[in-house]
Design a protein around this ligand. Structure first.
Ligand code: URA
Length: 234
């Protein structure tokens, strides 16, 4: 059976509250375990066999954490760096050891998932599972039919790197949407540069069914909802 967890840890694992806030909720008598008010943060429970509620609302528990971040420009997608700020520096310590699912360049913004679920991360990144990643690119120029056809055919980059077929949709002068199923180094920038339309700014909008929450400002994050998680795992 799943090992026992302290109640304050179980609450903060949901990603909705910090450990400190969880202790407060308990103190305020807002937490019930199987219908009985419980105030002791150190009380241990089996997360999979008890029903824990806060203000009467069930609290889901998962062994893993899943965070959506609106990555800001200027921050590295890495778990640690001696000199530069990383995306993990933006998360509070109660999330524990998460890692980013794939990489965005330092100057790229937008949707970044962070998790400690290695199996899911692997599936999301493997081209075999066909998880589309959609990017909004601001470019110098305007993409045309010939560019879209080149993307669709699967481009070979100047250094010989072969790319899988990709989607390209013009949004008029200076903007386009790129859909990739893989994540090679600087891929969007290199593909567009090769077509003579260099990228000026890049933002990831979605991964599979999960879209960047418009309410998140650069640098902000939130746990994935149960529905988003379910869609990702499909
Ligand atoms: N393609 C790029 O060129 N950069 C990113 O950050 C992501 C995809």
């Amino acid at each position: 059976m799943e090992k026992e967890l302290r109640l304050d840890k179980l609450l903060s694992d949901s990603g909705l509250w910090s450990r400190k806030e969880a202790k407060q909720l308990l103190k305020q008598g807002r937490v019930q375990v199987d219908g009985t008010v419980e105030r002791a943060p150190e009380r241990k429970v089996h997360p999979e066999t008890v029903q824990v509620t806060v203000d009467g609302q069930p609290v889901g528990w998962s062994e893993f954490h899943y965070i959506m971040m609106n990555k800001p420009a200027g921050v590295l997608t890495a778990t640690e760096d001696r000199r530069q700020k990383t995306v993990l520096d933006l998360l509070p310590p109660e999330y524990g050891k998460l890692f980013p699912v794939g990489r965005l360049d330092k100057d790229t913004e937008g949707l970044l998932l962070l998790t400690d679920d290695g199996a899911l991360a692997h599936r999301l990144l493997s081209p075999r599972y066909h998880v589309d990643k959609v990017y909004l690119a601001e470019i110098d120029g305007e993409t045309d039919e010939a560019d879209a056809e080149a993307f669709e055919a699967g481009m070979t980059l100047e250094d010989g790197t072969r790319c899988l077929p990709a989607g390209l949709k013009s949004l008029g002068r200076g903007r386009c949407l790129v859909t990739l199923r893989e994540g090679k180094f600087h891929q969007v920038k290199r593909m567009l540069a090769q077509r003579g339309k260099p990228v000026l700014h890049l933002k990831r909008l979605s991964m599979g069914e999960v879209r960047l929450d418009k309410a998140l400002k650069p640098g902000e994050f939130r746990p994935l909802t149960a529905l988003e998680l379910q869609n990702l795992k499909k």
